[in-house]
Design a protein around this ligand. Structure first.
Ligand SMILES: *[C@@H]1O[C@H](CO)[C@@H](O)[C@H](O)[C@H]1NC(C)=O
Ligand SMILES: *[C@@H]1O[C@H](CO)[C@@H](O)[C@H](O)[C@H]1NC(C)=O
Ligand SMILES: *[C@@H]1O[C@H](CO)[C@@H](O)[C@H](O)[C@H]1NC(C)=O
Length: 461
């Protein structure tokens, strides 16, 4: 397996991301050598190359705990301090800020929230001390040409409510804290003080439950940043739609209403929605999106694998497990199941129409079986990454952000797009949120922790 990278007119044939970086550095230094000559320099090349080889394999960013947030009651489900990973910007990116919120589903009642207290989705005590940044989070120009030198922050998720909860009381028995909205506020206050108050460009982003966070907090984020800054929102796999499941039940609506009730989220959801609709609906982007005034971009698969697994065919709607193998691998779906998935796509596209076609609202809606495509190198930017109109997600998002062009593309129906990287899940991936490992960032992103490699987990359609 191999892929190509095009850099400055050079074409590199790469066998892995790190070897690619290595070759890039060698070429770059050889160019310099040709100009300056000298054997010592060539040895230096080799050393730098070897060094970068190591760095590339381990671009880990350490965790920062917000100890002083505890006094404000801004804490994880178990009462531990919130946390983030912060890679400082440099050069032209020094005043640019990308704040990405981690995903990881939700907890909808005391039982499911309690089960998070002992893992990283409910306690910073269980979080990995460092995580790798890739895709839009990467610090390497070749992998992330428009954001690599920004200040990049990954905010860890430990509240179970997409950062919307705020219940004052702490149940004396369960000791659960529902304080996601306070974590959001505490993190913002901290980052503003660390230089974000001088931002020239800023993006709030996130994937999955974090992609929903960037929708729900989009205008609030904008309001916190300097008036003259270019501030936009990016939601990756965060456009969860209010669709019925295969039995006709409104399973996801009921589930979200339980999340909102458990966490006391109502007053932290956008008022432009809650003033018109029931708060439980205001957890769905389709009911808020037309009222978001800050520019926002949606990257989403029309057959988002989380939504197929949990909205269209959740376990409760499929007690006999007819959907089991289809949910693991779209290649296993029967014609009837594919029909239902096409119907889901139709509903998904209908739910998107509220966005209209304003250039403020961008979209990259591919027809892949995927979930989260911006923080993985293989789907963000590589020669074989998913494309719409011959454009990668990295280019679409950056062109839209910098107003080089608008981007508003909806893919043709599955299986028309040969650039898709359709997810194939192992059996262990099917227990959403039930058995989260204590380290890492999420089931889906556990594999993203290393610089991307071509593995048999990814099938090329
Ligand atoms: C909590 O939610 C889960 C998942 O929806 C459900 O299976 C469980 O029955 C609920 N528990 C209670 C006590 O409501
Ligand atoms: C996009 O918006 C313009 C008006 O701003 C409208 O004339 C046009 O028909 C719209 N296109 C689509 C595809 O909705
Ligand atoms: C959860 O993970 C633990 C440790 O990896 C494993 O022993 C256990 O069987 C898993 N439970 C389920 C329900 O998958």
């Amino acid at each position: 397996m191999y892929f190509y990278l095009h850099i400055d007119g050079k074409i590199l044939l790469c066998f892995s991301s790190s070897i690619c970086v290595c070759m890039f550095i060698v070429f770059y230094w050889l160019d310099l050598c040709r100009m300056e000559g000298g054997n010592i320099r060539q040895w230096l090349n080799f050393l730098v190359c070897a060094l970068l080889f190591l760095i590339a394999e381990a671009s880990y960013v350490p965790i920062t705990y917000l100890q002083n947030a505890v006094a404000k009651g801004a804490v994880c489900l178990d009462g531990s301090p919130p946390a983030y990973h912060f890679d400082r910007g440099s050069g032209t990116g020094i005043n640019n800020w990308l704040v990405a919120f981690e995903g990881g589903g939700w907890c909808n009642n005391v039982t499911t929230c309690l089960s998070r207290k002992t893992n990283r989705l409910g306690s910073s005590k269980q979080m990995a001390k460092q995580i790798a940044f890739s895709g839009i989070m990467s610090n390497m120009q070749i992998f992330n040409p428009d954001f690599y030198n920004w200040n990049r922050i990954k905010v860890r998720y430990c509240d179970g409510s997409s950062f919307t909860g705020d219940v004052e009381e702490v149940n004396p028995v369960t000791k659960l804290h529902f304080r996601g909205a306070r974590i959001f506020a505490a993190v913002m206050e901290d980052l503003l003080a660390k230089g974000m108050e001088n931002a020239r460009n800023a993006i709030i982003s996130g994937c999955s439950a974090g992609g929903l966070t960037s929708v729900l907090h989009c205008d609030r984020f904008r309001a916190l940043l300097p008036g003259g800054a270019r501030v936009k929102c990016l939601s990756d796999a965060g456009y969860f739609i209010n669709a019925r499941d295969v039995t006709g039940a409104y399973h996801i609506q009921q589930y979200f209403s339980q999340v909102v009730a458990t966490h006391g989220s109502a007053r932290n959801l956008p008022q432009s929605c809650t003033s018109r609709l029931s708060p439980k609906l205001c957890f769905f982007p389709q009911y808020l999106a037309s009222h978001i005034t800050t520019p926002i971009f949606f990257v989403n698969a029309a057959y988002d694998s989380w939504q197929i697994k949990n909205i269209l065919a959740p376990g409760v709607a499929d007690p006999e497990g007819h959907w089991h193998s289809c949910k693991l691998d779209i290649n296993n779906c029967s014609p009837d199941q594919l029909d239902l998935m096409q119907g889901f796509r139709t509903e998904f596209l209908r739910a998107l129409t509220v966005l209209g076609n304003s250039s403020y609202k961008g979209m990259f809606i591919d027809s892949c079986y995927a979930h989260c495509q911006t923080e993985m190198q293989e789907t963000w930017l590589r020669s074989d990454s998913p494309e719409l109109e011959k454009t990668t997600i990295a280019k679409a998002v950056a062109d839209w952000f910098y107003e080089r062009r608008t981007f508003h593309q909806i893919d043709c129906p599955y299986p028309c797009n040969p650039t898709c990287h359709n997810r194939v899940f192992g059996p262990e991936d099917n227990h959403q949120g039930k058995n989260v490992t204590s380290k890492g960032t999420s089931d889906a992103s556990a594999r993203k922790l290393n610089f991307p490699k071509l593995t048999n987990k990814v099938s090329y359609a």
